[in-house]
Design a protein around this ligand. Structure first.
Ligand SMILES: *[C@@H]1O[C@H](CO)[C@@H](O)[C@H](O)[C@H]1NC(C)=O
Ligand SMILES: *[C@@H]1O[C@H](CO)[C@@H](O)[C@H](O)[C@H]1NC(C)=O
Ligand SMILES: *[C@@H]1O[C@H](CO)[C@@H](O)[C@H](O)[C@H]1NC(C)=O
Length: 358
């Protein structure tokens, strides 16, 4: 952790280049933003309940769009056109995942998320899509709970994915009981947001607290290979309906990717901790520029930063830094997320590729 200041400076320094303002902010919106639902009434209603299917790209994006729309009034004092809304980071990141093929089924057992198949499908086997699920549903449902959406807490239900249903939560009350601390951190963010005296920097602090809590609370369920499908939240349940595979096959998402992509995923989680620590301002323009440095496609085994031909220099340098950050984290055991056997094989490959930083 002693490395933190210098590494963050390097990373944020990269992410801050080319801050020239765009001529038209709508060019920076995530893919298909205009086609996504913009109000709750655009969704299906059943028994006076809004039903949202977050496993469809546009429907999940619509949750963000409504969230951005409903919170715009609190950011109007900082800049026009909702540009300073710090919730932009979430839909932009989700849009990057879509554009780079990261929401598609990494196992390729289905055509979910592929152009040749169902492009709008968001795969439950995608590590990115699963983490993003929580970074969408929890902030969205907490906003409902905080009264920001103008409906009552029991008026929204999300639809489950085709499998792994018990890893997720689907409405305000069930998300509260599965992730009480994280939900309350999002609620705290919205409380401060609604205060007329809130300062931009304080809002950023509360946002990042809720964001990192969301990751810490939910990522475990995609890392523990041997964890039973029911997870820690329903230890007594034995019901396995809708599960047609053995748990140890489906719980370890990293196995579905190349070593380089899996390493990038782990490094990304570490990087987010650092980005959170410096309260990176996730406004529209800042996030957009930051994302120009992220890998524009899923990494394959032969990708070695900073020598990837179809990446820009900026993308190569950012990936190199992120990988080094991930290696450093491993050598200090900061997150301790890997099993010993994977640890050694992984370290071996990363040392070969990137040099051992320990
Ligand atoms: C910005 O772009 C959108 C769509 O691309 C267009 O409808 C709008 O008129 C543009 N606004 C300005 C100020 O150019
Ligand atoms: C919010 O949505 C409404 C209805 O779709 C629209 O008229 C309004 O301009 C939006 N506000 C912002 C700030 O995006
Ligand atoms: C919320 O979800 C839980 C479990 O997913 C379900 O049992 C409950 O009926 C739902 N609540 C509402 C208000 O729909």
């Amino acid at each position: 952790m002693a490395f933190l200041p210098s590494w963050v400076c390097v990373l944020v320094g990269c992410f801050s280049v080319s801050l020239a303002g765009p001529s038209n902010l709508s060019d920076l919106e995530p893919p298909l933003w205009k086609d996504s639902p913009g109000q709750l009434s655009d969704y299906r209603v059943e028994n006076s309940m809004y039903i949202i299917n977050p496993w469809v790209y546009l429907e999940r994006m619509g949750m963000y769009k409504i969230l951005l729309n409903q919170t715009a009034r609190y950011f109007a004092k900082f800049a026009p056109e909702n540009e300073q809304n710090i919730l932009w980071g979430l839909p932009l990141q989700y849009g990057w995942q879509y554009r780079t093929g990261r929401l598609a089924d990494p196992t390729r057992r289905t055509n979910c998320g592929y152009e040749s198949g169902d492009l709008m499908c968001v795969s439950v086997d995608s590590w990115w899509a699963d983490l993003n699920y929580f970074l969408c549903s929890l902030p969205f449902l907490a906003a409902v709970d905080s009264g920001i959406m103008g409906i009552s807490s029991d008026q929204v239900n999300l639809l489950p994915p085709p499998k792994n249903q018990r890893k997720f939560c689907y409405n305000v009350s069930s998300c509260h009981s599965s992730f009480p601390e994280t939900m309350s951190k999002w609620n705290i963010f919205y409380q401060h947001l609604q205060s007329p005296f809130s300062k931009f920097d304080d809002l950023l602090k509360y946002l990042w607290t809720a964001h990192t809590s969301t990751l810490a609370d939910t990522i475990k369920s995609f890392e523990d290979r041997d964890m039973d499908e029911s997870g820690k939240h329903h230890p007594q349940q034995t019901d396995t309906r809708a599960e047609n595979e053995t748990p140890h096959i489906l719980t370890h998402r990293y196995d579905y990717y190349s070593k380089t992509e899996a390493h990038f995923e782990r490094s990304w989680v570490v990087a987010v901790e650092y980005i959170a620590a410096v309260h990176f301002p996730t406004t529209l323009i800042r996030t957009y520029n930051f994302q120009k440095g992220l890998p524009p496609r899923i990494l394959v085994t032969t990708d070695v930063a900073p020598f990837i031909n179809d990446f820009t220099t900026f993308q190569n340098v950012v990936l190199l830094l992120l990988n080094m950050l991930g290696n450093m984290d491993k050598s200090t055991g900061y997150l301790c997320t890997e099993k010993p056997n994977e640890y050694s094989s992984h370290l071996e490959s990363s040392s070969r590729d990137y040099g051992n930083n320990s």
